[in-house]
Design a protein around this ligand. Structure first.
Ligand code: F3S
Length: 407
């Protein structure tokens, strides 16, 4: 891989021990993936911000970088941590986890991290523009950056993201290259009634597209231009777990894909698929193992709820009570929670018995239950091994179930 004089200087320790460690890791990664050079990066979203994901070895590396004096060269936002910093005790997070998370937070913030603690940084905290080279971790955020904004990012692994923030560079491979952004498989959605789709439906669509496309770049026609940001969030999160999609060309929505020809860079798609309702129904059944079950836990906010989602939930729940044997947990960012709190939405949700959790991810909260209900395809799919029964429904259906209606 070609290295500039500055890259070499970092590698040789002329910028200090932190950049030396970070650059040596990134050069090895670049060599492994056949990168030709290092690319300047404008911002980073750090997936490895949770102690629960990076464990002791990761904590050791981050603390070593920080104590060696390394500082982030570009803005870096943070994915959810392992704790809600205000109420981890109330959520039964073990204190040894909290202590290590607090150490990790200290080290990251010393290096200059922006403490967003959210998996939807594109809604609150990050600065994204079309055509930028950025370096993001967290699959839904990677998908959103590439698909919705048209920024360019590969899928960064834990700790490669921290190293990238330290040097402000990442190897040039994968989705940074024009040829790898070419649409390969075409999905036509003309037979679907997309104007009636809610966020959970877009999740099912995303999961279906991902499971068929797998490693290929999908192109989808017929998506309404006025699709809501929360629906795009749901689509991107689900397509990343259905396959390993990090870029979808939604014709007319994705800035670099106004038409199929533009999405495919002038070549023909390898395959053409007309999406039928029954295919989506089969996908929904795969994700939702029960349809008429009483949920013990209802979880919303995977990816994190926006202010709009919190307000919508508050409007549905206002004046009602969550059933005594049901736990309603709503995950969001600290920024969204603060704004929604100012609007009275948090009080409205919590006075019903629901709990709005910030800074963290449902994966880190002990949920002693057999039956889960969620509006998130990503959560439904990834929790199938943790829960005996999983029910997928819209935010409205989840709210109804929480206050006593049968699913
Ligand atoms: Fe976010 Fe955790 Fe879901 S990081 S996308 S809430 S799995």
């Amino acid at each position: 891989m070609f290295l500039t004089r500055e890259d070499e200087a970092m590698l040789n320790g002329e910028y200090g021990q932190g950049p030396e460690i970070a650059m040596s890791i990134l050069v090895k990664l670049g060599d492994m993936y056949g990168a030709d050079r290092m690319l300047k990066i404008e911002n980073v979203h750090i997936d490895g911000a949770a102690y629960g994901w990076i464990n002791d070895a990761g904590l050791e590396l981050v603390e070593k970088l920080s104590s060696s004096g390394a500082r982030f060269r570009v803005p870096a936002t943070l994915n959810p941590s392992s704790i809600d910093f205000d109420m981890w005790k109330e959520l039964d997070i073990p204190s040894h986890v909290a202590k290590k998370q607090l150490r990790l937070a200290k080290a990251l913030k010393e290096m200059g991290a922006i403490p967003t603690w959210t998996c939807a940084p594109y809604q609150y905290g990050a600065d994204l523009r079309f055509g930028q080279n950025v370096a993001w971790g967290e699959s839904n955020a990677v998908g959103f950056a590439n698909t919705v904004v048209g920024a360019r990012t590969e899928r960064l692994g834990d700790l490669a993201d921290v190293c990238t923030a330290v040097v402000g560079k990442y190897p040039n491979f994968g989705l940074y290259l024009d040829e790898n952004r070419r649409g390969q498989i075409l999905f036509e959605s003309d037979k679907l009634k997309l104007d009636t789709f809610d966020s959970a439906d877009y999740g099912v669509l995303g999961f279906f597209v991902g499971s068929v496309a797998q490693e290929r770049v999908p192109v989808i026609t017929g998506i309404p231009r006025n699709i809501a940001t929360d629906q795009l969030k749901s689509f991107c999160a689900a397509s990343a777990v259905g396959g390993s999609v990090a870029l979808s060309h939604l014709c007319g929505v994705t800035p670099e894909a106004k038409t199929v020809a533009e999405a495919c860079r002038g070549s023909k798609p390898e395959e053409r698929i007309t999406i039928e309702d029954n295919e989506l129904e089969k996908t929904r059944q795969k994700l939702s193992t029960v349809s008429e079950e009483h949920p013990e836990v209802i979880c919303l906010g995977c990816p994190h709820c926006s202010v709009q989602e919190l307000v919508k939930l508050a409007c549905i729940m206002r004046g009602k009570k969550v059933k005594r044997d049901v736990r309603l947990l709503v995950f969001t960012s600290r920024a969204a929670k603060t704004l929604a709190d100012d609007m009275g939405a948090i009080e409205a949700i919590e006075s019903t018995g629901g709990k709005v959790v910030a800074d963290t991810c449902w994966n880190f909260v002990p949920l002693d239950a057999k039956t889960l209900m969620t509006d998130s395809v990503k959560m439904a799919w990834t929790s199938l091994s943790k829960f005996t029964n999983v029910a997928l429904g819209s935010l409205e259906r989840c709210a109804e179930a929480a206050v006593g209606a049968r699913l």
